[in-house]
Design a protein around this ligand. Structure first.
Ligand code: MN
Length: 339
């Protein structure tokens, strides 16, 4: 991190009172954690802060300190526009391309306020006046902690802010198991624990909050799992009838595709989910490990896209149609899958 950037940030903050903080669309634990940590910190230092999210986060984040003050652009558009107009500084956290915040992006782009990006994804776009972009750091929350320390604001980090930062580091590192976790990550966690946070409570609130319908949907998908020998691939499906039988709620199928990767020798996992509202549509999620590009696969054959290791797509017809198409295409990727 450039020390010069820290100086510029301090100057910008000393010259500005009205601040906006924005996470990406469908904000996750790191986006909400970093935005609320920063908002709580800047409020303490006397700023007038509005946290504007493009839309609502999942319910298991609603305990995060300051959550009740979040404004939602999709349901309070006029009010949010007014706040942005009156602002002097806009922070964008946990994303690096204004496309990630939908229509809100146009408003940010045309705003006269200075923009500050704090993010850890690859290939940042060039929209910010001040950019903190550190792709080798595992979470925006960890990066934000380093920025706060470099600014000399360590004493402002209280228990509430520590909870927010812990949330983001925990969720973006798969609970400290990814290769992005360093000894420094653990040193930061130690400091957060010393601020009096209860990690077990945070873990339970985020991960042990399933509804019965979610577990039944998960059970149904797992019992439909197929492993394709010789292609390091697993796939699952969920049929409309089953979703109805288990009283499927939006979000219940979130993350199920990752279970495929927990199989020994599987590097590519796919789930086909029949759309409960459209009998001619199947939603598909792709996950991979290593170099195999989900993004390319989803984009080429299933009207989708995303990242190298995580992508989404769709197909006309029912799950069987989509699976048959998938099984025809897959052997063409044998070399890439088994290398
Ligand atoms: Mn993140």
């Amino acid at each position: 991190m450039k020390i010069e950037n820290i100086k510029v940030l301090k100057t910008l903050l000393s010259e500005s009172r009205n601040l906006i903080i924005i996470p990406h669309t469908n904000p996750d634990g790191d986006a909400i954690g970093s935005c609320l940590a920063l908002s709580n910190l800047l409020k303490k230092s006397g700023h007038n802060v509005s946290l504007i999210s493009p839309n609502k986060p999942p319910h298991f984040l609603n305990w995060t300190p300051g959550f009740e003050d979040i404004l939602y652009f999709d349901s309070e558009t006029k009010n949010c526009e007014k706040k942005i107009k009156a602002s002097e500084l806009i922070f964008t956290l946990d994303f690096n391309d204004l496309n990630r915040i939908g229509e809100l992006g146009d408003i940010v782009k045309s705003s006269k306020s200075k923009k500050i990006m704090i993010d850890h994804h690859q290939n940042p776009k060039d929209y910010a006046d001040l950019t903190f972009s550190e792709p080798e750091i595992g979470s925006t929350c960890e990066l934000l902690f380093e920025i706060i320390i470099s600014m000399g604001y360590e004493d402002l980090i209280d228990q509430s802010i520590s909870k927010c930062i812990y949330l983001g580091i925990m969720t973006d590192t798969g609970s400290f198991q990814y290769s992005s976790v360093t000894s420094r990550t653990h040193q930061i966690i130690a400091q957060l624990i010393d601020k009096g946070i209860d990690q077990n409570e945070i873990h339970n609130k985020v991960y042990n909050d399933s509804s019965a319908s979610r577990l039944k949907v998960l059970g149904s998908a797992l019992s439909n799992m197929n492993q394709i020998e010789g292609l390091k691939t697993a796939y699952m499906f969920l049929k409309r009838n089953d979703l109805e039988k288990f009283d499927y709620q939006k979000g219940d199928s979130e993350g199920i595709v990752n279970y495929g990767l927990s199989l020994k020798d599987v590097i590519f996992s796919v789930i086909f989910i029949e759309d409960i509202n459209d009998s001619n549509n199947v939603k598909i999620s792709f996950r991979s490990q290593g170099d195999f590009s989900c993004n390319e696969f989803a984009g080429k054959y299933f009207n989708g896209g995303g990242h190298g290791n995580a992508a989404g797509g769709r197909n006309d017809g029912n799950a069987e149609d989509a699976i048959n198409k998938f099984l025809k295409i897959l052997p063409n990727y044998k070399e890439k899958l088994i290398k």
